[in-house]
Design a protein around this ligand. Structure first.
Ligand code: ATP
Ligand code: MG
Length: 353
């Protein structure tokens, strides 16, 4: 009997030794919010502050965002036995610096549901690689679209040249010509602005975004390509704002990738429809195209890197888009059926103004 007690004690000491020596931060919670114990690595996330006294609420020690979702997930994992026990969060240090982290939620002892272990990984390094990948994927899309975009610039330039030549021949300045020229210059300025804004590398910055504006701007880049392939582009947004909290450039990248795929999958004379809608806690984006369905075997692989059926495809468009959607706490589902075409449905958590 005594030896059993000793071995339990030894195990406890071993457990503490292991936890104290790992580089991941480990926090043991009593319930879903009170700290019961933690290891030294937690200091990295708390801006070097001393270990919390047992009994301190988690929120007073580490500024985790969004905290309410962490509480919800702890409940789902511990009480509802949800199998997905990982989630991404960010931690704001006292200097205001944001660190992306991955949190693993585990029950320490299945017979005692009040003790919960959180293991935290710093994702900053991974984020930097992710950002580089997003940037190179963005430039690759622009490269592929450049023929169409040059066309968008060449058309107004031809018209400007024509009106300037007319003005050269006429003795009096025709104000109508000036208005037309100005209109065309505005068009070129808009295209150049849109491209520059999109291609510039920028650190991730989350602000209030209207999905209607983003969808419209992304569609604008595909007008020529759609016209050339006689594909109708249709945006249905119910004329209302669809607000989410996010990074404008990254969200634009998602729309550009999905619209591009939808146009490429539509046969000539087909239709690409984007429908934006709101439901209680979510903003929804549906991008639908007519054309051939996606085979079941490919459907399962969508979102993995280098999956492509196109001669010049990188197979990165969906992977990058799914990563961005995940960073925005969104979800994607794909539906594809014979005779019905394909729909990508994205849901984002709604934001109030
Ligand atoms: N709307 C769609 N309809 C049918 N198939 C699609 C659709 N969207 C994606 N796919 C399939 O998924 C594959 C992967 O798409 P993804 O955007 O990741 O790469 P890609 O389009 O092949 O290459 P890139 O984006 O570099 O041009 C495509 O090759 C295509 O087979
Ligand atoms: Mg693609």
């Amino acid at each position: 009997m005594n030896s059993d007690v000793d071995s339990v004690k030894d195990l406890k000491i071993d457990y503490e030794k292991v936890v104290n020596n790992v580089s991941e931060a480990v926090i043991i919670l009593q319930g879903d919010r009170i700290i019961s114990a933690n290891n030294p690595a937690v200091k990295l996330f708390s801006g070097g502050r001393q270990s919390p006294v047992a009994g301190t609420p988690l929120s007073q020690f580490i500024d985790m965002n969004p905290l309410s979702q962490l509480h919800d997930r702890i409940h789902q994992v511990i009480y509802d036995k949800l199998s997905n026990n990982q989630m991404k969060l960010s931690i704001t240090s006292w200097e205001g610096l944001m660190t992306p982290v991955e949190v693993l939620i585990n029950s320490i002892d299945p017979s005692d549901q009040t003790l919960v272990q959180l293991t935290l990984w710093d994702l900053s390094g991974q984020k930097a690689i992710e950002e580089k990948l997003m940037q190179s994927e963005k430039l690759s899309v622009i490269g592929k679209l450049s023929a169409g975009i040059l066309h968008e610039i060449k058309n107004p330039l031809t018209s400007i040249k024509g009106f300037l030549q007319l003005m050269q021949k006429e003795p009096v300045i025709n104000r109508n010509y000036i208005d037309i020229i100005l209109g065309e210059v505005n068009q070129i300025e808009k295209i150049a602005g849109e491209l520059l804004h999109f291609s510039k590398p920028k650190p991730q910055s989350f602000e209030l975004q209207d999905l209607t504006v983003i969808a419209r701007e992304a569609m604008f880049l595909f007008e020529t390509l759609a016209l050339k392939n006689q594909i109708t582009l249709d945006l249905q947004s119910g004329n209302s704002e669809h607000l989410i909290f996010g990074d404008g450039t990254q969200l634009r990248q998602v729309f550009i990738n999905l619209i591009k795929n939808a146009i490429e999958a539509s046969e000539d004379g087909g239709k690409v429809t984007i429908v934006l809608s709101s439901c209680h806690s979510q903003e929804r984006v549906m991008i639908h195209n007519t054309g051939k369905e996606i085979p079941e075997s490919l459907l399962k692989k969508l979102g993995k890197s280098f999956i492509t059926t196109k001669e010049n495809g990188t197979g990165l468009g969906l992977m990058v888009s799914y990563t961005i959607i995940g960073n925005h706490r969104g979800m994607v589902t794909v539906k594809s059926a014979k005779g019905k075409g394909t729909s990508f449905l994205i849901t984002f958590p709604k934001t109030q103004k």
